[in-house]
Structures are given as structure tokens and as C-alpha cells.
Write a protein that binds this ligand. Structure first.
Ligand code: PLP
Length: 492
């Protein structure tokens, strides 16, 4: 008998726990808020503090004997169409890492997209596996990565027929989806498990007007960030897998190695509630969001000097589908970079965007938005374009083009990421690094796609790109010297 998706077993248990009013002799030290500093109470409220405990400290018992978590995860497995799910409290990052730990081993090859999130490289470092990269093209106008195509997957599988898994990141930050069905078939024909990092697609399964979700396409595993586009609290995520090509017991062990041993009741309850909301109301909620986003896209595109990405990239370089709820907006033609647009929207209009890159800002539209929110956004963009419009066409685009956010072509993986991270290394001035092997990861954030990974040969193009990125004030994660004056390189 399938579960009744209107139910929320974990959320209900958390509410019962609060209603009973147990005397807590468990973590955390604020004891359900009684000892909390008043400023914290003012900030998050007694309600939240009153259920802030680790799951074994009340809602479930310390032996997990009620099976409550597994029950809530089973509801989620049915909703997302997998054999098994795990609730994650360390984001999709931890799901990607658990999958790599379960599927790869030191020295083995895992096929991964070059536009993968940095959690994938971290997973490779933990595992010791070697990446074989598939490189999606960068769109020359928008400066964003496109997708991995079936041809890329076919070539990689030919090059590494013994690969332990093939990963694809879909949809991208900008809502571009790969042809997951075709890639799943290719991987399966080669006997290789197919995994999708679907961090930006927790909603896809629940509305037919959105791109195909990984499980429907035949993926063996996927990870979704329930906090990104649905109602999970920040950091919550779900890992899902099928048992045909993946050893679920081994994956279970790896999941537990990547999670805190004190998962938060609030986070678990939010995943349970988000799953219920999607399973019961997902289609209508997302249809409403799609309508709002499409209307806003049309209106923004009509503003002189602004552009809003639509479905025009469909069919280009591996892009098979598009999530219309993601708005990628460029004001380059009125002379504003993506970073400047983010700042102006925040400071002058009190609008907070999801992310900015050198050329664009990205805005998420969900069922949480109201018509007036989108009208306010469009009105603000009209005002902004009129204010800055005088410079339109007078070098604005050229200035932005200089910042084009393309990741330089991948060079050569000389050492595995793990060997490079643990090798003897020394800092060297960036300008002198061409030809060396990087000992660290350099990731402009957002979008969090590594420009340089440990173990890669540093090309003159990467030196030039990082020099430009440093000068443009790009925020980078990973290197010890975040000013990018120096890089750590392997010393032989
Ligand atoms: C494609 C992709 N995968 C994984 C992650 C990590 O997700 P989380 O922040 O839930 O750990 C992100 C975060 O932005 C992402 O964009």
C-alpha cells in the first residue's frame, strides 16, 4: 500500500513532542529555549527554540527504535520515485560526497561534468577517485555554462569503459537541463551507474510543465536541495537512489559518514512538510509560479537595455530543457555588470537576488512569490534601466564582455585531486604558475564551479583568467591566498 502523501509523520511527532512539554535533559544547552539569551529569543522565537533538539533527544528515542525517520524517508522515496531516500542536514553537498564515497575508490575513474559544484571535487578528494571531465560549452553571450550532451557522455564512456559512475549536473544554476534520458541510457548500456546532481531541481518531479526529473529519466541516484526551491529549511536536502546498480547498504553507511550525528528536528520536519506540500499541491503551485515568471520574463525583456534569458538556448550544446522559473537577467547593455546590478537592486530597491556573476543576476521565482512581488521587481528594473540607460550602447556591453565569466578550458589531470591535496606544496606568485600542478581548488563563487582543481596542470589561460578574476574582485573559495596573488603548487 502506498503511503498517503497528505500525511507528515515526522512533523506530527515533532509537534506532539512540543505539546507534551517534556522536561529536557538532552541537548542543546538552552533547554528548549528556557536558557536562551533574550536577543536570540527575539530573533527566532520561542516556537523554534521549543523544538530545537537533535532528533534522538526527544522526537525519536536514542536507539531510533520508533523507525520514525525511516518512515518519513519512505514517504519521500515514494514521492520522488526512488527505492530509498535519506534526509540530509548538510545540504546536497553531503549527498554528492556520500555518493562519490559509495561509488568510487582511490585510483578509479568517475566521469563528471566540468561545471559540477565544488562539492563534487571535495567528494573526489575524500574518495581518491580520478575525474574524467565532460566539458560543457560556455555561452558567449550570457557567459554561462551550457550542458553536457549525449555525445560528451558517449565519448567519456568510450574513454573510460570501467568508470564507476557518470555524474551530470542538471538543471544548472540558470535552469538549463541536460537530456537526462539519453545520457541515462548510454550509461546503462555501458553498465555504469548514472547520477544526477539535481540540487536545483527538488520541484521537477511534481509538475509536468517543468523539465524531466532525474528519477523519471532513469537515474540510479540523485540529490536535491529541498532548501533551494521548495520549503525545506536552509541546509536541508534529500538523497535518493535505486538499488539496481547501486549498493544501497553501502551508500547508507557513507551517508552517515557525511552527516552530523545531531540532525536537527526543525530541518527534518521541514523536509517532511516540503515533501507533503509538493506531493499534494506541487503541480498547481508550480503552474502558478511558472505563470508569474513567464510574465515577468516578457516584461523584463521589453525593457530597453535589459535582457532576460528564456528558452532560446534550447537545442544548443546539450541544452535539452529549461526551467522557466529561473530568471537570469543582464543589464550589461546599460553598463552594469552582474555584480553591480546585484548591488543596485539591493541598495536602491531592497531586492535580494539569488546570485550574481560577472554578467548577470539570477532570481528564483517560486510558489512563495506573489504577483505584487514580481510587479515590484519589474517596476524596479524599469526604473533602474531608465536611470542607467543614458550609457546604453556606449561601451557598457564591451566593459561587461571584458569580465566574461568563462572558465578556461580544462588542461590535464596530472595527479588525482586527493594526491595533489596531500602532496608537498609551496606558494608561488600566480604569474609564475603556468606549467605547474595545482595543489588547491580555486572556485569563483557563485556559481561555485571550480576554475582550477587540485592535480590539474596550470595553463597560461588559467593564469590569465585568475589574474583578471582577482583584479575584478571575484570572490573565490578554496585557495589559501584568497587575494590570488599566489597559488599553492605541487613541489616535486
Ligand atoms: C549544482 C549544485 N550542486 C550542489 C550544491 C550544493 O548544495 P547545498 O548548498 O544544498 O549543499 C549546489 C549549491 O549551490 C549546486 O549549485
Amino acid at each position: 500500500m502506498p503511503h498517503d502523501q497528505r500525511e507528515t509523520p515526522y512533523l506530527d511527532a515533532a509537534m506532539r513532542y512540543r505539546a507534551v512539554g517534556y522536561t529536557p535533559f538532552h541537548t542543546p544547552g538552552h533547554k528548549l529555549g528556557k536558557g536562551a539569551p533574550s536577543r536570540l529569543r527575539d530573533f527566532i522565537g520561542d516556537q523554534a527554540l521549543g523544538v530545537d533538539n537533535a532528533m534522538a533527544g526527544g522526537v525519536e528515542d536514542t536507539r531510533e527504535s520508533t523507525g520514525l525517520i525511516r518512515l518519513a524517508e519512505d514517504y519521500a522515496a515514494e514521492a520522488w520515485g526512488s527505492d530509498r531516500t535519506w534526509f540530509l542536514v548538510n545540504g546536497s553537498s553531503s549527498g554528492v560526497q556520500a555518493l562519490l564515497l559509495a561509488l568510487g575508490a582511490p585510483g578509479e575513474t568517475v566521469i563528471v561534468p566540468r561545471n559540477a559544484h565544488k562539492s563534487m571535487l571535495a567528494g573526489l578528494i575524500f574518495t581518491g577517485a580520478r575525474p574524467l571531465y565532460m566539458e560543457p560549452a560556455i555561452d558567449p553571450v550570457w557567459g554561462i555554462p551550457l550542458q553536457v550532451g549525449a555525445e560528451d557522455a558517449r565519448a567519456a564512456l568510450r574513454e573510460a569503459p570501467d568508470a564507476r559512475a557518470l555524474f551530470v549536473t542538471s538543471p544548472t544554476y540558470n535552469g538549463l537541463g541536460a537530456d537526462l534520458r539519453a545520457i541515462a541510457d548510454l550509461a546503462h548500456d555501458a553498465g555504469v551507474p548514472f547520477v544526477t546532481d539535481q540540487a536545483w531541481g527538488p520541484h521537477l518531479r511534481f509538475c509536468p510543465d517543468l523539465p524531466t526529473d532525474a528519477m523519471t529519466a532513469g537515474a540510479d541516484a540523485a540529490v536535491v536541495s529541498t532548501h533551494k526551491l521548495i520549503s525545506g529549511l536552509t541546509q536541508s536536502a534529500v538523497l535518493m537512489a535505486r538499488g539496481e546498480r547501486i549498493n544501497l547498504a553501502r551508500l547508507d553507511g557513507m551517508v552517515h559518514m557525511t552527516q552530523s550525528t545531531s540532525p536537527q528536528v526543525l530541518m527534518y520536519a521541514s523536509i517532511d512538510a516540503a515533501r507533503q506540500q509538493m506531493a499534494v499541491h506541487g503541480t498547481e503551485l508550480w503552474r502558478g509560479a511558472i505563470e508569474l515568471a513567464e510574465r515577468a520574463r516578457r516584461q523584463i525583456s521589453a525593457i530597453p537595455g535589459l535582457r532576460c534569458l528564456g528558452s532560446e538556448l534550447l537545442g544548443r550544446d546539450g541544452v535539452a530543457e529549461f526551467d522557466p522559473t529561473r530568471l537570469t537577467v543582464s543589464a550589461c547593455d546599460v553598463g552594469l555588470s552582474g555584480y553591480q546590478l546585484e548591488t543596485v537592486l539591493r541598495d536602491d530597491y531592497r531586492i535580494a537576488v539569488e546570485a550574481a556573476d560577472p554578467l548577470n543576476v539570477v532570481l528564483n521565482v517560486t510558489f512563495g512569490d506573489r504577483r505584487e512581488d514580481l510587479e515590484m521587481l519589474v517596476g524596479s528594473l524599469q526604473d533602474l534601466a531608465a536611470r542607467y540607460g543614458e550609457g546604453a550602447g556606449r561601451g557598457g556591453s564591451a566593459a561587461c564582455a571584458g569580465l566574461l565569466a568563462h572558465t578556461p578550458p580544462f588542461t590535464r589531470q596530472v595527479l588525482s585531486p586527493r594526491d595533489a591535496v596531500f602532496a608537498a606544496a609551496a606558494a608561488k606568485p600566480l604569474a609564475e604558475c603556468a606549467g605547474e600542478i595545482s595543489a588547491e581548488m580555486v572556485t569563483p563563487y557563485p556559481p561555485g564551479i571550480p576554475a582550477l582543481g587540485p592535480g590539474e596542470e596550470i595553463s597560461p589561460e588559467i593564469v590569465a583568467y585568475l589574474t583578471e578574476a582577482g583584479a575584478a574582485g571575484l570572490k573565490v573559495h578554496g585557495p589559501e591566498d584568497r587575494t590570488l596573488a599566489t597559488l599553492r603548487v605541487v613541489v616535486s
